[in-house]
Design a protein around this ligand. Sequence first.
Ligand SMILES: *Cc1c(COP(=O)(O)O)cnc(C)c1O
Length: 764
Amino acid sequence: MKYSVVELAESIGGQLLVSNDCLVNHVSIDSRSVQNSSSTVFFALETAKRNGHDFIDSLIQKGVSVFVVSKEMTIHHSGIAVIQVKDTLLALQQLAIYHRSKFNLPVIGITGSYGKTIVKEWLYQLLSPDFLICRSPKSFNSQIGVPLSIMLLNENHTLAIFEAGISEVGEMSKLAKIIQPTLGVLTRMGEAHQDGFTSLEQKLEEKKQLFVSVSDSVTYQDELTGFTFPFEDKSSIENCKICVAVLLKMGYNKLVIQERINHLSPLALRLEMKKGIENSTLINDGYNISYSSLVLSLEYLKAQAKAFPTTLIITEIPETPFSDSKLIELINSSEVNRLLVVGTDKINGLDKEIELVQYYSTTELLAQLKEFSFRDHYVLIKGSRHHRLEQVAKVLEEKNHRTVLEISLNQLSDNLAIYRKKIAPTTKLMVMVKAFAYGSGATEIPLFLEQEKVDYLGVAYTDEGIALRKKGITMPIVVMNPEPETFMDLIKYDLEPEVYSLEMLDELVKDLIVSNKKDYPVHIKLETGMNRLGFLPEQLPALVQYLYAQPEVYVRSAFSHLSSADDLAEKEYTLKQLRKFDDYSSYLISNFNYPIHRHVLNTAGIENYNDHQYDMVRLGIGLYGINVGEKVSNIKPISRLKTVVIQTKKLEKGDSIGYGRKTKAESAMTIAMLPIGYSDGIRRSLGNRKFSFYWEDQACELVGNICMDVCMIDISGLAVRVGDEIEIFGKHNSIEDMAKAMDTIPYEVLTSISQRVKRVFYKD
Ligand SMILES: *Cc1c(COP(=O)(O)O)cnc(C)c1O
């Protein structure tokens, strides 16, 4: 089904400025992911991250010739169609409504706080034998994601499954008009995405808006007994029951349902990124493969890999064989260097530069895998479940001890969105990624933030900045504490220094002269009460005079740092600091005729002194999900530290545990050994029952002195076995709990987790 430009303009109520005779059936909002240029209409959306209008020229280069815009524009190319509307997002939604109205097929609409995506994917698996299904790719469930999902509907589909997610009142009725479900599904409700609502009831009412087009409502309870579920965890069983209810409603026989449930894939529904052999990075998205999800994964691969070499390992896609030129086009345009394929489909038209090796089976691929060098490669692994590509991931995985810090990039993104809402649209955002991004991922987190279009990254030392540049990050990076010995490197890698004394500035200027640089940006730190680094007010006139004389540097920003923004008992002191900052920075900027950014708020400052944003804020700990302000935001921790039991032991009364015999068994007891110790960040003072880790939801006290690489917990009376997972912090222990027990602050807990602990990143 293709639309002419005239029909398109009519369907979205737009004004056709210039027309052409293109027929379109693809919609794009992101210049990076355009695949079928000649049949694509581009909607220039304006979001916090980017303004789509800026990409029109490059899209014309790529062959796109139909645009929906909200700005007056003159386009100097011929053959381009332009439709002008007031609001491009609204127009996209209108087009989706129009497109949806062309189809008369069953549509399942899913909403709820948890499990939307998994329920959607399971319904897809369960119903695939009987229907050709169109479904939202990944978790495309927003005001933008839903219309994009709807546009994937075509004449061949016999069923559609879409999810709808909301963050504010009023959003669902818009999504309902677009999806028009004939069958509605409500998954579990809870606290997720609660920020935009006053209560759970209000959120429930809002979610129900999705179901206005559905005629009757049923709740299944008793009918669900008698089924057995191939899962053990509560939430999987809950989600599975929802799927059963849908199939019952659709008239399926109980035996058929049970049979299909038995084959449901229990695999985690998310993309996983971890370190591989030879300094490679594995992006494992091995649970399913479809053309549209491959588009998204390749985008992610490209954003992570930048200039590093890439390998794509895939299986055949059932609906899109390699004879389909769009798949080959996709791979050719993706900057993949090496393609390893499991499958027999003939591949034609692949770029000569792409190294291609094809295998009949995963077993054959596994046998050959070690023949390749993966040195510094980014490897995307993507295949259908029955090909078992997870075995490939296992072989390529870096082997080290089994303590893992799990990091959710989705939660990071949610936290970022919460802080973006707290600041004015014009306020710039610097994110502090010093100390390996607060221990959470030295380069992975900054790479992610660059994609998320934050304005600046902040690091402590020059080395940290260089590491980011070497990973291909090109955005501005401020170095808070650069040592003069590193200035030549700092200049070479285009890093922007904080300057806190005249002596330091003079050193920098000397190196800039040697490097033949003019107008190099510096950030002036002002002392307002922290009594650490920074210019005192009486030093400012001399600073101004110096800056007048030296064309090598210019002041990009003036800033200060609050000592107690998290402590409202010190409010008076903080307000005094803020007044001083206003004074000193005003003096500085009044002496220059170019714009100088001002910034003073850290996370706690954003929470408690939000009306002092000036031109920029510097977000740190809050992004990682730790609450510091008194006004608690709905942010959540992004990380979870876990390990596994490597041995268990029964002790008799009187036996002692570990070095120094500090814990003795008062009666028979059982202990478990864990491969994590004080050198990994588990403070030695937590031993001898000062703190507990968790096995399932049972607290197990640490016993004996903590050793360098190992510690012991009390598992008396529990059915703990070797290989079981133990949580150090996460769901049960909070990072704050652990900090309290260590008599420190969460910052120290996070940054003390040693670099030998493997970081694994997840993304839905
Ligand atoms: C680390 C740092 C921040 C961020 O502080 P949080 O309390 O983590 O938000 C802000 N500004 C400067 C100068 C910093 O060094």
